[in-house]
Design a protein around this ligand. Structure first.
Ligand SMILES: C=C(CC[C@@H](C)[C@H]1CC[C@H]2C3=CC[C@H]4[C@H](C)[C@@H](O)CC[C@]4(C)[C@H]3CC[C@]12C)C(C)C
Ligand SMILES: C[S@@+](CC[C@H](N)C(=O)[O-])C[C@H]1O[C@@H](n2cnc3c(N)ncnc32)[C@H](O)[C@@H]1O
Length: 369
């Protein structure tokens, strides 16, 4: 072969390789929904050199069930660390709404997510002029959907400072920053006045509280009498057998990979709500048929997890992503398997819906706010 032909084919091969790499990292590796790309994986407010250490500390705390009062006090700090580690990966691989939803025939994941969020508007009776609290708001996917649909003002609270920045940036970009406010704080001691909200909701967030009564009591305190509260709770169902090792493995796998101090049983939730003073209007497991399986989205993602694993490994070698990202990604992959098993066996649901009302002063519960 002539030298020029060789040079041409070498150049063509190099261009094709560069194009493939670009496509793999920036196109395939871009967020499924809006914005976050693999090259932007930062690991929250943790400095690059601390990611691996923080991950190890997180893992040794949540690795095994731990129920002492002393360890309960540490939970919010470790939950904060958890969200520093996972927020960018969640946004990159899942989108701006950090929760599950029933799959709906003929609808995309994005549509199903939005429908699940908009359900909250009717349940809490959110209207223009109302001030509604989002307990554990993440980067604000649900908040934006609920503000747009209802015309209410939403105030979200999250313990993770990095999420506050992400949520505010998304709110600005969506032109919703006047309607959506985001506060950094602990939902166990909220920086809000008594009786200052017309409604409240929590989507897959209160499962991080060591004692559900503590967060429910705080929500009760800040609601106006007559106001509604709805929560989508992560719980074990009546099918869970503590004597079955396969069940226990799945549930403990869910707990340690999702920063949970211990899943509660489905039949405990209403009692806890009543104990803090709420009237329970309705309870329903939104995962039950006719709802389509919420875990199908996790199963369909298998191929992209492998691609993502290769991608984060390459980015770590190139020092674009901080050391430790591969371990965090691996943990999430394992967690996805436990969640899928929990869904398939029916021993776990992430969408046990409970609708409550704070009674009107004087005990007249007949009307709402
Ligand atoms: C409510 C909570 C979070 C629920 C879900 C939003 C997340 C639970 C598990 C997460 C994921 C698992 C696998 C990841 C995959 C390996 C990666 O390549 C891309 C992101 C994942 C799909 C990631 C996305 C978010 C979850 C589905 C808890 C914390 C209470
Ligand atoms: C799985 S995410 C769900 C976020 C959001 N509800 C959504 O559906 O997109 C759980 C959220 O709860 C927040 N959270 C957990 N424990 C908290 C605490 N003690 N105080 C405030 N927020 C907390 C996390 O920071 C995170 O934003």
């Amino acid at each position: 072969m002539e030298t020029t032909t060789l040079q041409w084919s070498a150049a063509a091969t190099a261009t094709a390789a560069a194009a493939a790499f670009y496509w793999f990292v920036w196109v395939m590796g871009s967020a499924e929904v809006k914005g976050k790309r693999a090259v932007d994986l930062k690991m929250g407010s943790i400095t690059r050199d601390k990611v691996q250490d923080e991950y190890k500390q997180y893992w040794s705390f949540f690795r095994r069930p731990n129920e002492t009062a002393e360890s309960s006090e540490k939970v919010p700090d470790f939950v904060d660390t958890f969200y520093n580690l996972v927020t960018d990966i969640y946004e990159w691989g899942w989108g701006q709404s950090f929760h599950f939803s029933p799959s709906l025939a003929g609808r995309s994941h994005r549509e199903a997510t939005r429908i699940h969020e908009e359900r909250v508007v009717d349940l809490v009776q959110a209207r223009p002029g109302h001030r509604i609290l989002d307990v554990g708001c993440g980067v604000g996917g649900p908040m934006r959907a609920i503000a747009s649909r209802s015309g209410s003002d939403i105030v979200g609270i999250t313990i993770n400072e990095y999420q506050v920045g992400r949520a505010r940036a998304h709110n600005r970009k969506a032109g919703l920053d006047a309607a959506c406010e985001v506060v950094c704080g602990n939902f166990l001691q909220m920086p809000f006045e008594d009786s200052s909200f017309d409604g409240a909701y929590s989507i897959e967030a209160t499962c991080h509280a060591p004692r559900l009564e503590d967060v429910y009591a705080e929500i009760y305190r800040v609601l106006k009498p007559g106001a509604m509260y709805v929560s989508y709770e992560w719980v074990t169902t009546g099918l869970y057998r503590t004597g079955d090792p396969a069940h226990v493995e799945a549930i403990q796998g869910i707990e340690r990979g999702d920063a949970l101090p211990g899943l509660r049983r489905q039949d405990q939730i209403a009692g806890i709500a009543r104990k803090v003073g709420f009237e329970v209007i309705k309870e329903e497991d939104l995962a039950l048929p006719p709802a389509g399986p919420w875990w199908s989205r996790l199963k369909m993602g298998r191929l992209s997890y492998y691609r993502n694993h290769i991608l984060v490994s390459i980015l770590t070698i190139l020092r674009i992503a901080p050391k430790g990202v591969v371990e965090v990604h691996e943990m999430l992959y394992e967690t996805a398997k436990h969640l899928t098993r929990g869904g398939e066996t029916g021993i776990f649901t992430p969408m046990h819906m409970i609708l409550c009302r704070k009674p009107l002063a004087g005990g007249d519960d007949s009307t709402t706010a």
